[in-house]
Write a protein that binds this ligand. Structure first.
Ligand code: IMP
Length: 429
């Protein structure tokens, strides 16, 4: 098992950061492979609580090399801010490496993301407005600027000149706003390039050298499967793939080398932004989950929509990723609940569906069909052994395994590093 991927199984915010943080102790490299600073990974460790947006969550371990892979979009200002913050808290950032192939978020990306959201009006997607859609659109339109480009000032200027001419035409003629100044952006991004230069290098050979010498690599997913542009609730999705397969494309590691794929799921569901969420609870139960679990976005601070565990969506997620085990987080949130529910199918018109529809309008009309299980009504945060969990909590976990067709290897019962129960995980112990 040379490569392990940690992937969000729902709509993001499942607690991937803490699972990566837990495993990072045993690995040599942690690699981000998709997304950008739209992600927010909260890690609570000896240095305090950190919200990482771009830096891989392995940075707190001195033996770990942290790579921002080619599949990530980098906002240099936000990355430099994060590096400074880590350094200020005494965290060594000399083990951070940025792929020269990673795309760079430019000021027109963030501007266009916001303008496009406003143009959509009532049908806005609820993006994080970090320029994610525009930067990945430019990547595939062959209009992108990559981290390596910032190191070649002349080449960068001529590329930026031609791209900005086009972007300014869109800004002024389509959106009727002011154009962006070439010189200012060029100078600013040259300065970013100078500051990031010590971190930027070719990373694919580096990863393959590590594999050849028997190193253990952890791929750190961002966002969640149901935000995937192909398999998520399109168009209410993000713009790079959060799936396990993207762990290969976003790093240059072959798919057969990924030996283990951990799907991180909360014991319930949350979503930020717009788009269907069949089990959303707009009542006091949803409010209770939000308040108990502090369900507010790590990047935007927006309140997250909360609801019961959706096993239809989750089983789909297990399939499209090929999860080999589940890490179930936040189980303790249900401690005081008299009963808990699992959505086992959807009712659509006069049909009962047990598959996740690709058509978002159909999904919007799906009504959840629930199975109700007894709650455990007692604190579980201090428990470290699966067999010591109350029978009702064990039953809940067993039922999730059964319906999603995937074993639960880890269960988290609190936010701290040690508040984890290793059920029957195949991960390095
Ligand atoms: P974008 O990725 O900023 O374009 O946003 C597209 C959708 O993905 C919106 O619904 C966002 O709320 C959602 N999203 C993006 N990143 C995250 C994340 O890290 N956690 C949860 N939702 C996210």
């Amino acid at each position: 098992m040379a490569v392990i991927a940690v992937i969000g199984g729902q709509w993001g915010d499942e607690g991937k950061g803490r699972v990566v943080d837990l495993l990072a102790e045993k690995v040599d490299m942690v690699v981000r492979f998709s997304g950008g600073d739209n992600a927010g990974h909260t890690v609570i460790g000896p240095h305090g609580e950190f919200r990482l947006h771009l830096v891989p969550s392995g940075i707190f371990y001195p033996q770990v090399t942290c790579i921002i892979g080619n599949g990530v979009a980098i906002n240099p200002a936000s990355l430099l801010g994060e590096i400074n913050e880590l350094q200020r808290h005494g965290v060594d950032t000399s083990r951070l490496v940025i792929s020269d192939r990673a795309h760079v978020i430019m000021p027109y990306h963030t501007l266009l993301d916001g303008l496009e959201e406003e143009r959509r009006g009532g049908r806005a997607l609820g993006t994080t407005r970090r320029g994610i859609g525009p930067v990945f659109a430019d990547k595939v339109s062959r209009l992108g600027i990559r981290a390596g480009d910032l190191l070649n000032k002349d080449g960068f200027l001529s590329r930026l000149e031609s791209i900005l001419e086009f972007k300014n035409a869109i800004l002024t003629k389509v959106y009727e706003v002011s154009p962006l100044p070439l010189e200012e952006i060029y100078q600013q991004y040259c300065r970013y390039g100078e500051r990031l230069a010590p971190f930027i290098r070719e990373t694919t050979y580096m990863l393959h050298d590590a594999l050849r010498t028997g190193k253990l690599i952890l791929l750190e997913g961002a966002q969640g499967t149901l935000l995937d542009p192909d398999f998520g609730t399109y168009p209410y999705v993000t713009s790079s793939s959060p799936l396990a397969a993207s762990g290969s494309l976003g790093t240059g590691i072959g798919p057969m080398q990924i030996g283990h794929v951990v799907g991180v799921f909360k014991a319930y569901s949350t979503r930020v932004g717009q788009g269907p969420m069949p089990t959303e609870l707009k009542d006091e139960v949803g409010e209770l989950i939000r308040e108990k679990a502090h369900e507010y976005g790590a990047t935007t601070g927006r309140p997250r929509r909360c609801g019961w565990f959706d096993a239809v969506a989750s089983r789909f997620s297990v399939q499209v990723n090929g999860f080999t085990e589940i890490a179930l987080t936040h189980l303790d949130i249900f401690d005081a609940f008299p009963s808990v529910r699992i959505c086992t199918s959807y009712r659509f018109a006069d049909k009962v569906l047990d598959s996740f529809p690709g058509d978002v309008e159909m999904l919007e009309k799906c009504q959840p069909v629930y199975e109700e299980l007894a709650g455990w009504q007692g604190p579980i945060s201090e428990i470290r052994n699966f067999d010591e969990l109350p029978a009702e909590a064990r039953h809940y976990v067993a039922r999730l395994e059964e319906i999603t067709c995937c074993p639960v290897g880890l269960v988290s019962v609190g936010p701290k590093r040690e508040q984890v129960i290793k059920a029957r995980s195949m991960l390095p112990q």
